[in-house]
Design a protein around this ligand. Sequence first.
Ligand SMILES: CC(C)(COP(=O)(O)OP(=O)(O)OC[C@H]1O[C@@H](n2cnc3c(N)ncnc32)[C@H](O)[C@@H]1OP(=O)(O)O)[C@@H](O)C(=O)NCCC(=O)NCCS
Length: 265
Amino acid sequence: MLTTRLATLADYADCARLFPELGVPDPVFTAEQFATRLLPRVVVAEADGRTVGYASWRLYGLTAHVVHVVADPAARRRGVGRALVGAVREHVADAGCSRWYLNVKRNNAVAIRLYQRAGMTVELESTSVQLPWAKVEELPRPAGPIGAFAPSPADDAAIAARFAIPVERVTAQRTRPGYVAAGVREGGVVAAFATFDPDYPGAYPFCATRPDLARPLLEALQPHALPDRGETLFVSVEGNAPLAGVLVDAGARVLFELYRMSAPL
Ligand SMILES: CC(C)(COP(=O)(O)OP(=O)(O)OC[C@H]1O[C@@H](n2cnc3c(N)ncnc32)[C@H](O)[C@@H]1OP(=O)(O)O)[C@@H](O)C(=O)NCCC(=O)NCCS
C-alpha cells in the first residue's frame, strides 16, 4: 500500500539517495542542511515499508514553492508522484497558502503532465545559465547613470512590486544565512535585484528591467564570490528572455530551460 507522511531526520539517507534523480547540478544536501533547510517541509512516500519518493516545499507568506518531487525509478508510474504532489497540496493548503508553484524543465513531459493533472498551468518561462565570472566584462554597460546598493528591509516592498515577486520571498532570500543581496537603482528607483549564494555559487532571483543592468548587478555580486568555488556562477532568470539572452550572448552556457507552473489553492 502507498502512503505518505511528513519526513523526519531519519529519512535523510533515503531523500539524499533520491535527490540525484532530479538531474540538477546542486550538490546533494548534507544531513545538517536537510535538518535546517528542508525539514519540516518534506513528505516521503512509502510502499511496503520502503521509501519510494519524497517531495519538499518552501513557504513565502501565502505562496508555496514546491522544490523537489522525486519518485524512485523502480517505483514509477504507480502513483508515487501523484501521492506526493497531493500530500504537498494538502500541507500547503492547511498552512493557509493561496497559491502554489514550481519550476520544471521544459523537456520533462512526465512531470509537466503530473503537475497539469494537479491543476497547474504554465505561468512563465525561465532559463538557468552558467556564466564564467570573466565574461561579466563582456556584458554591455548601462547607458545612463546607475547606483548599486545593498538592499535593506526598507527596500523589500519596492523590489517585490517592481519584479512581481511576493514580498515574503524577497525578504526570505535577502535574509537567508550566507546569502548576499544586491540592487541597482536608476533615477532613485530600483531597476535590478539579485540574491547570491556564494557557497553554491548561484544568483536567484536575478531580475532587471533592462538587459544592460545585468553587468552592474553582477559586478555588485562578484566581490562576494569565494575563490575556492570555481570560476563560474549559476544564474536563474525568470520570465525575462532578453535578460537571459544577454548573458548567453556574453558567453553563458544554458543549463536548463524551465517552466514555472502554478495554480491557486
Ligand atoms: C515526475 C515523477 C515524480 C513522476 O512520478 P511517478 O510516480 O512515476 O508518477 P505517477 O505514477 O504518480 O503518475 C502521475 C501522473 O504523471 C504522469 N506520468 C507519470 N509517468 C508518466 C509517463 N511515463 N508518461 C507520461 N505521463 C506520465 C501522468 O499524468 C500520471 O498520471 P496518469 O497515470 O493518471 O495519467 C517521476 O517521473 C520522477 O521522479 N522523475 C525524476 C525527477 C523529476 O523529474 N521530478 C520532477 C522535477 S520538477
